[in-house]
Design a protein around this ligand. Sequence first.
Ligand SMILES: *Cc1c(COP(=O)(O)O)cnc(C)c1O
Length: 409
Amino acid sequence: MSRTGKLRFRANRLSLLGSSIFAEVAAWKREAAANGLDIIDLGIGSPDQPPTEHVRQALSEAALREDMYAYPATSSGLPFREQAAAWMAHRFGVQVDPAHEIVTLMGSQDGLAHLAMAICDPGDTAFVPDPGYPIYAASLALAGVEPVFLPLREENAYLPDLDAIVEEVWDKAAFILLNYPNNPLSAVADLAFFERLIAKARKHDVLVVHDLAYSEMGFDGVEPPSILQVPGALEQAVEFHSLSKSFNMAGCRIGFLVGNRDAVAALRELKGNIDYGVFDPVQEAGIVALRDAIAAGNGAAKAADVYERRRNLFVEALRKEGWDVEAPKATMFVWAKLPSLRGQDGAVWNSRTISQEMLRQSGVVVIPGEAFGDEGAGYVRIALVEDETRLLEAAARIGRFLRAADVVG
Ligand SMILES: *Cc1c(COP(=O)(O)O)cnc(C)c1O
């Protein structure tokens, strides 16, 4: 226990979680709001749309039932897992055993936070991407697992260079964690990449952990694949699914892990000691969301539609303001390379300073790329989580900010 910091009761372990930049952005935001600025928050990655009325109805009806208030684990939760299996078959053509190859989660964050603890021992190593979604590295720190960071760079379409990793490092690793469509990079991967990844992992007996939180958020007709579509992948991989973005159920806290049965069993065993399952009415609502998605068939309205329209409008508006950002192929994020800017004192700003100044001057919140790892320097992540009018307003304000700042070179 650390008694030397500002707080008396605070483990040093918390300092490994790497949440400091997000806390900093929150402080800038409070300061800007206190200064009377109208804030447009494009920092958070939480969908601003509700689930369908049918889903909300299922949740409320279940909540009124008297038999819904026991610990969910005691009723085993098999119906939700069966529906999840049916959805995997419908959406990806992947057949899984709901009793042994799926574990229900309190959102995929729950599973991401605990997986390393369930399948690794302290001193093991695992691959995580840089930039990466913050819980990936944090979960390793909590489990005492050594991270090997895989740089994801623009010149390689934000895919890791699997052949650049030496054989001994492959052999030592317990798992490799990747995420396509990617947060924060909004990059996508195709089945051919997943096939190469599974082949490498099989050769070195490494578990592939794939986070598919944005499976229903592809644009321009892109339908993000599941890594379990690769033949034999059930032996070598697990995949996280979330209803948060796909069905706008972020606040409900429901998702699942599907794939290799040993890893699924290990996570279920650990979670059996931590929580007693997802509230049954939430599982009922999840069943309805997945069942409706199957009934509607492919080509029906998806969560992606609203974000695709926002992307088109926002990217075009920013380009008109003189900032030529890359249009994302998926997710609700624009990963935007910053121009070089300098302040009035002549010093060149880094992405952290640019984000802070942009917020101070324009009221628009974005996340500096470094928040996701060193490789994120020079970029910001902009979330399309406000309506079209507000996004246009944000683009106009960003344009004014860029013109007022001195663009270097
Ligand atoms: C939002 C998000 C999650 C967490 O989703 P929950 O199911 O709500 O916990 C996981 N991974 C990525 C990449 C995300 O963006």
